[in-house]
Design a protein around this ligand. Structure first.
Ligand SMILES: *Cc1c(COP(=O)(O)O)cnc(C)c1O
Length: 845
């Protein structure tokens, strides 16, 4: 009898040669251990997004798609010609003005199919590899009662152990594309979101696999989203049901649909990180049930809308609830949470699929208002605790919630199996609530078994590996220590590192001009250095402009960009008179003061509709952000400018900070490009800044090559348009470190604290955004880690924390701690809070 394992590699895990080498090594290991292997894979990162654009925007995506494949071919040293048939099919589909559902499925499957052909060609140069056609073994179920659309784009298969298939597969190693399967008429249908995971789960069931391994770009399931809570702990062991609850509550690692098949057939599911293959992961299995009550994960889902229905006496009448729910059903709205009281029923609608349009909400309100009084509450977040016997933890949860008494908890729901509890709060409260609950339920409960290392520990350990690039300060420890002896607490800025970042960014050949966002670090030497190295300067206040002009007296006004927000009108008038490029982000300025802008050239800041970024406070687009002209106003503004002889020469958007998704800027360009027909004089598109950096030397960072490819595609379509970009943090974060001496150490039970001379008065990012900065003991840089401690400042403020749960060597008073990546939004955001002067700034040439 054969013993199979099924391995699944996701989009980012099949997108370059390094990842394919990990795949190869993993497969070889499994084969050597005596298993037969089926490898299921997704489409290489970015391909499916492109294909989707054909369907949503009718974009001509043929060339960018082909370019992406070409890049992959070059990496894998295989011929693009291998996919000529698939490309031909793509071409014919792209040329059709509209696609029916069957054609959409055919189109979307091309991402997996092309990746498959290229991946198999590469693997065959290394190891004997057989290709497996999913349509030959996975057939969607014929008794699906759902809509045709669901049956084609989100199909389901009914699977059971199939020993005949297992015997028929005589090779030892098969590769199969995920996401698409066959229907009973041999047509292509898709498995919907998380489809490749589901394909792999089905295969594991068919082959009665010993194990299903999902390889992705995280270590496993964490107790919270590690991007907002770096002290989130890896969950080593979970029950299937618990994992499904976590997936449904916003933990994005697995799609709930892929868990069910392996759960029903009791096949263990292991999650592993392709970027760090040696590390532990999360295992899902049956036999598991913890002994104590516990919360294992806390997650938030955003964009939740609540509908509160109030009625004095009707709830008791038979059929009334039925009538209410029939209305939702008719409108195709799925209800997520329900909470009932004497005279009120409140439900939540999940807007993740973006089906909740304003007109639909209005229709819902109209239909319901004949039955009850309706209030719609938008922009909520559902914060969900998942665990075992959560009710038994009420004594710990209640105090956290009561500290939120002024921030209303709209509804609370609890599952009858006691596996989850949800609180719906305003969206801007959610992150804070998650952090507070995580603190008491998970960080303080250090005893719980099955909690693995924190995310920070995992990435810190990774950093110790020799393959990782070294940061500049690692080679300059003794020089930095002598600077710190004299000047601490102090920032040190290393200009050669800025030079290196400028060289990086200049590889973006699609960008015609870079404006450095001065607000990230406006030290005079930094500003001058930028301009001397061919980077223009973007400013947000007249004071920044003054500084720029005083440190670079030769600068032409054209090389200064002024992007104020809610500033007094005089500032606009003065700077525009000087010939400085001014960006306007509020229509009422134009409407109220047309004479100021008459015959002047202006740039308009548009709101592309949704923001991105590492934290809610740094997302600068979407209705919750104060920036930009909303889409609804664009036409009116264009007409007004034309009538009043205001010359719009540029369109701008900046959607957030710390963005690592390379497609962000092309998406902005596409949006601005779609507005061009309204503005015949526009010659510049400014796609903003927000380029994310490697927070850790081991991180992948932003893929500049792909970013450039996408922008080049935009330029090919708009040959007369110049592209500008405004990076801030990307250029300066790495160059700066903050150094401070240890003042005191303390132990409170098991919790260690290391205090240093300065805190949030010098660097507020950890307190404000929960930002993670690497912290090392520079005086003991080569010593082994001995314990974990929180690094705190001297301010009288609980939030004055620079790092949580950091592994440190034995640390003593007067040691110098170094906080890395502090060159951006550090000194510029410093304050004199507590009347403690913030850190000085020192330049290293
Ligand atoms: C802050 C800002 C930037 C720079 O953002 P980073 O995240 O530092 O790259 C760019 N453009 C505008 C308009 C900004 O306000």
């Amino acid at each position: 009898m054969n013993t199979w394992v099924v391995l699944k590699f996701g989009g980012s895990s099949v997108s370059n040669l390094a990842k394919w080498k990990v795949i190869l090594a993993t497969v070889k290991q499994r084969l050597a251990a005596g298993y037969k292997v089926v490898l299921v894979h997704s489409a290489a990162q970015g391909l499916t997004d492109l294909l989707t654009k054909k369907i949503t925007n009718n974009d001509d995506i043929y060339t960018p798609f082909k370019d992406k494949l070409n890049t992959l071919c070059k990496e894998l040293k295989v011929e693009l010609q291998l996919v000529s048939e698939q490309l031909k099919k793509l071409k014919s589909l792209v040329e059709k003005p509209t696609l029916d559902l069957w054609q959409q499925a055919e189109l979307l499957a091309l991402g997996e199919q092309c990746t498959h052909v290229l991946g198999v060609a590469y693997l065959n140069t290394q190891i004997e590899t057989a290709s497996l056609d999913p349509k030959s073994c996975l057939i969607s179920s014929t008794d699906d009662q759902r809509s045709t659309e669901s049956q084609i784009l989100s199909a389901k298969c009914r699977v059971a152990r199939n020993d005949i298939l297992s015997e028929k597969l005589t090779e030892n190693f098969y590769v199969m594309p995920g996401f698409y399967v066959s229907n009973c008429n041999h047509k292509t249908v898709l498995l919907g979101r998380g489809g490749s995971d589901t394909s792999a789960a089905y295969m594991a069931v068919l082959l009665h696999a010993k194990q299903l391994e999902i390889w992705t770009d995280v270590h496993g399931i964490f107790s919270a989203n590690p991007h907002s809570i770096p002290s989130a702990r890896l969950l080593l062991k979970l029950g299937y049901q618990e994992a499904r609850e976590i997936a449904a509550s916003g933990g994005k690692v697995l799609h709930p649909r892929c868990i069910l098949p392996v759960e029903q057939h009791n096949i263990p599911l292991l999650i592993k990180n392709t970027n760090d293959p040696e590390k532990v992961g999360t295992v899902l299995a049956h036999e598991y049930s913890p002994t104590k009550p516990r919360v294992s994960a806390i997650n938030a889902r955003h964009q939740v809308t609540l509908v509160s229905m109030e009625s004095i006496n009707m709830w008791h009448q038979a059929g009334f609830m039925g009538d209410i729910f029939a209305i939702y059903k008719e409108l195709g709205l799925s209800i997520d949470l329900v909470s009932t009281a004497q005279t009120n029923v409140t439900i939540s609608l999940d807007n993740m699929d973006n089906v909740l349009t304003t007109s639909k909400l209005k229709a819902l309100k109209d239909a319901l208002s004949t039955l009850c009084e309706v209030t719609v509450i938008k922009n909520c977040s559902a914060v969900t605790l998942v665990g075992y016997r959560i009710r038994a933890l009420a004594d710990k949860i209640a105090p956290v919630l009561s500290s939120y008494a002024d921030q209303r908890v709209h509804i609370t729901t609890q599952s009858s199996n006691d596996l989850n509890q949800t609180f719906v709060v305003d969206e801007d409260q959610a992150d804070k609530l998650v952090r507070a609950l995580h603190e008491v339920l998970i960080i303080e409960d250090k005893e719980i078994d099955d909690f693995g290392p924190t995310w920070t520990e995992l990435v810190q350990e990774k950093q110790a590996k020799p393959t990782v690039t070294t940061a500049w300060w690692q080679n300059q420890a003794s020089e930095l220590l002598s600077i710190a002896q004299e000047h601490s607490p102090c920032y040190a800025y290393h200009l050669p590192t800025i030079k290196g970042q400028i060289e990086q960014i200049k590889k973006l050949s699609a960008v015609d001009r870079f404006y450095y966002a001065s607000k990230a670090n406006s030290h005079p030497d930094v500003l001058r250095f930028m301009y001397q190295n061919g980077v223009c300067l973007e400013t947000v206040s007249p004071m920044e402009i003054q500084r720029v002009q005083s440190v670079c007296p030769e600068i032409s006004p054209q090389h200064i960009l002024f992007t104020p927000n809610f500033a007094p009108i005089d500032e606009y008038r003065d700077e525009i008179e000087k010939g400085i490029h001014v960006t306007i982000d509020n229509p009422s300025l134009l409407f109220d003061y047309p004479e100021i802008f008459k015959h002047k050239a202006v740039i308009l800041r548009l709101d592309p509709g949704h923001g991105s970024g590492h934290h809610r406070y740094v997302r600068t687009a979407g209705v919750h952000s104060k920036f930009g002209i909303p889409a609804d106003d664009v036409e009116r503004v264009a007409e007004f400018c034309e009538k009043n002889q205001i010359s719009v020469i540029g369109l701008h958007a900046h959607s957030g900070s710390g963005i690592l998704d390379h497609s962000n800027w092309a998406r902005i360009a596409d949006y601005l490009g779609s507005c061009l027909p309204h503005f015949p004089e526009v010659e510049i598109i400014n796609v903003g800044g927000g380029l994310g950096i490697r927070e850790n030397p081991g991180d992948l960072g932003l893929d500049l090559l792909q970013l450039n490819t996408a922008l080049l595609a935009f330029k090919a379509d708009h040959p007369n348009i110049k592209i500008w970009m405004e990076p801030g943090r990307f250029l300066v974060a790495h160059c700066g470190v903050l150094m401070a001496k240890v003042t005191q150490t303390k132990w409170k039970g098991k919790q260690g604290y290391i205090g240093i001379e300065t805190g949030m008065n010098s660097l507020i990012r950890p307190a404000l955004y929960g930002a993670w900065h690497n912290i090392v003991n520079l005086s003991k840089i080569n010593d082994a880690h001995e314990y974990t401690a929180n690094i705190v400042g001297p301010m009288c403020e609980t939030g004055d924390v620079l790092g949580i749960d950091r592994k440190m060597p034995k640390t003593q008073v007067k040691d110098v701690l170094l906080i890395a990546n502090a060159g951006a939004y550090g000194a510029v955001m410093a304050s004199n809070y507590n009347l403690r002067a913030p850190a000085k700034e020192i330049i290293i040439k």
